[in-house]
Ligand binder design. Structure first.
Ligand SMILES: Nc1ncnc2c1ncn2[C@@H]1O[C@H](COP(=O)(O)OP(=O)(O)OP(=O)(O)O)[C@@H](O)[C@H]1O
Ligand SMILES: [Mg+2]
Length: 319
């Protein structure tokens, strides 16, 4: 599929998955890949700590931050701008109150911790506030694409389920209307899709499959392709005849151990990838496992290009 078309298919991509599987890294790669197709991107972090800034090689700042994007190489389309934005429920509440014209007492109540009281009384309200802010970004239309680095999976279900809960708890009024509007957004595939991230290991794959069905059936959200992160690149030559090498016996034994280990890990990984493909009818995008200590701009480029290649290899959508 043409990556330009892929990134034009939905205005909001919510990147979700179990803790530590690479949601932040995948969201950054998605934002960067979309930017390479010329789209302007708002990358939203929900956690409240800016984990993406270092991936783009910038210092984290509190609020909204425009990330310097690399110049397009000759012959490539111009890159779209990427802005990074961290949101917290408290800040979202204050902005919501301001946008709805409440003044004075309500505003002072909100800044004095009343959110904790409301949130305890109405579960899901914090997540709803965050989703409400994302919906506001979407309707402002300042960016072609909004990529959301969502909270970890057990939590992601709660996060996406929050509008249903709040809609049913608050039967009428502004909050009810807010929940209904957010449900309209997240259940419309032309406006919002969820991209689930996993790594090619047994437990994360199982959880991803469970989460997928929960997200689609209970929340009614459209799932985009699954990102499988940290896929070991194929290595050739593991089956070389070590007896033919001019090395010491000790070295030969060490090489044999390494080759067997790597071949074993690759086999386990391939088994999980095959199982994921068989149990979950969704396309897969693979990101390679990179070696090194951190993911910075150079690593991001590698992941971005891998993602774009994966998208190009996807079948054309039916619609
Ligand atoms: N493809 C990769 N190759 C090498 N290292 C990676 C890769 N993807 C992620 N990492 C590293 O793994 C760690 C976890 O990644 P990341 O922060 O993206 O996960 P996460 O799902 O966002 O975690 P959390 O649930 O804590 O937010 C980070 O240290 C990151 O640099
Ligand atoms: Mg993260």
């Amino acid at each position: 599929m043409d990556p330009g078309r892929f990134f034009a298919s939905s205005r909001v991509l919510i990147v979700a998955g179990k803790g530590g599987v690479g949601k932040t890294v995948s969201a950054a790669a998605i934002a960067s890949a979309a930017s390479k197709t010329g789209r302007s991107v708002l990358l939203v972090e929900v956690a409240g700590r800016s984990a993406s800034a270092p991936i783009f090689g910038v210092e984290p700042q509190g609020y909204e931050q425009v990330i310097a994007v690399h110049e397009a190489e000759e012959g490539d389309p111009p890159r779209g701008r990427i802005a990074l934005r961290s949101i917290t429920p408290d800040q979202a509440l204050l902005e919501w109150i301001a946008a709805h014209g409440f003044k004075g007492l309500v505003t002072r109540m909100a800044s004095s911790g009343v959110l904790e009281v409301i949130a305890t009384a109405t579960p899901g309200v914090k997540d709803l506030l965050v989703l409400g802010r994302i919906k506001a970004f979407e309707s402002e239309g300042a960016f072609d694409l909004i990529v959301v680095d969502a909270p970890a999976a057990g939590h992601a279900i709660g996060f996406l389920r929050s509008p249903t809960g709040v809609r049913d708890a608050a039967r009428t009024g502004t909050i009810h209307r807010q929940a209904v509007e957010i449900l309209d957004l997240i259940s419309d595939p032309a406006r919002c899709q969820v991209v689930l991230v996993t790594i090619p290991e047994e437990t994360p794959v199982n959880e991803l499959i469970e989460t997928s069905f929960a997200v689609e059936d209970e929340v009614g959200v459209r799932l985009g392709p699954v990102v499988v992160n940290s896929v070991l690149p194929a290595v050739s030559g593991l089956d070389i005849d070590l007896a033919s090498l001019d090395v010491s016996d000790m070295e030969r034994a060490a090489l044999q151990t390494a080759a067997t280990f790597r071949a074993g890990r690759t086999a386990l990984q391939d088994e999980q990838l095959a199982r994921l493909g068989a149990d979950l009818p969704l396309d897969q995008l693979h990101l390679p496992q990179l070696f090194g200590t951190t993911i910075g701009t150079a690593e991001l480029e590698v992941l971005t290009d891998a993602l774009l290649a994966g998208i190009e290899a996807l079948p054309e959508a039916d619609s």
